[in-house]
Design a protein around this ligand. Structure first.
Ligand code: CTP
Ligand code: MG
Length: 190
């Protein structure tokens, strides 16, 4: 029974983080165009963020991620399959959409802040920096999610789920990036 309960904690935690995960993955597909830093350089002569952080990725990915999550949640709420096997809902529209968008935007903001620190510490675009490449976007997502509605956030993101997210995301992230590399979507396997 304890095993089944732990399994549910993990599954519901990953379900809740789906907007953040999707948002973090989608820029390799929808990103590109003008970089967020518009090519500007810091005092050290290096780029503020680099060409890997674009406006399209930052703004479009969370919107797409929230939309996909909405479609999935709708299926869970409106199909027999969903009724039988679905996970807890996000709350009524538009609360869930705002939360999902916040999780996605927070993920990419954390990702961009990490790039800033990577550039300042002499790491080039795409260079791996374990475990920060894996954790930056979770912390950003959780922070934005909390800020947009603390009570709603804390009701969904319970302590066991938060623990599952922090422990499992790095492994998931490495797996997805490796798959992205194999599929030719990413230049490096991390
Ligand atoms: N991407 C984007 N806009 C963003 C974030 C990501 O367009 N806001 C795209 C870029 O094409 C980027 C790719 O998604 O190269 C993978 O993202 P990530 O691994 O975070 O960027 P890196 O290229 O590794 O750059 P950095 O070293 O700055 O993390
Ligand atoms: Mg990277």
């Amino acid at each position: 029974m304890a095993g089944a309960e732990a399994g549910m904690v993990v599954l519901t935690a990953l379900w809740l983080m789906l907007p953040a995960y999707l948002s973090n993955m989608l820029p390799v597909v929808v990103g590109g165009g003008a970089p967020i830093d518009l090519g500007r350089r810091w005092r050290d002569g290096k780029r503020l963020l680099g060409d890997g952080k674009t406006w399209r990725g930052l703004l479009l990915a969370p919107l797409l991620a929230a939309s996909i999550t909405f479609a999935l949640q709708w299926l869970v709420d409106h199909t027999a399959w969903g009724q039988a096997y679905g996970f807890p809902g996000w709350g009524a529209w538009p609360t869930w959409f705002v939360l999902a968008y916040a999780l996605g935007l927070g993920a990419l903001t954390g990702d961009a802040l990490e790039s800033f620190v990577k550039r300042r510490t002499g790491r080039d675009r795409g260079e791996r920096w374990f475990p920060f490449d894996q954790l930056d976007f979770i912390l950003g997502a959780l922070l934005f999610g909390f800020l947009v509605g603390p009570a709603h956030f804390l009701a969904l993101f319970t302590w066991p789920r938060l623990l599952a997210i922090v422990l499992l995301t790095p492994a998931l992230h490495l797996l997805v990036n490796w798959l992205g590399y194999k599929l030719g979507l990413k230049a490096v396997p991390w």
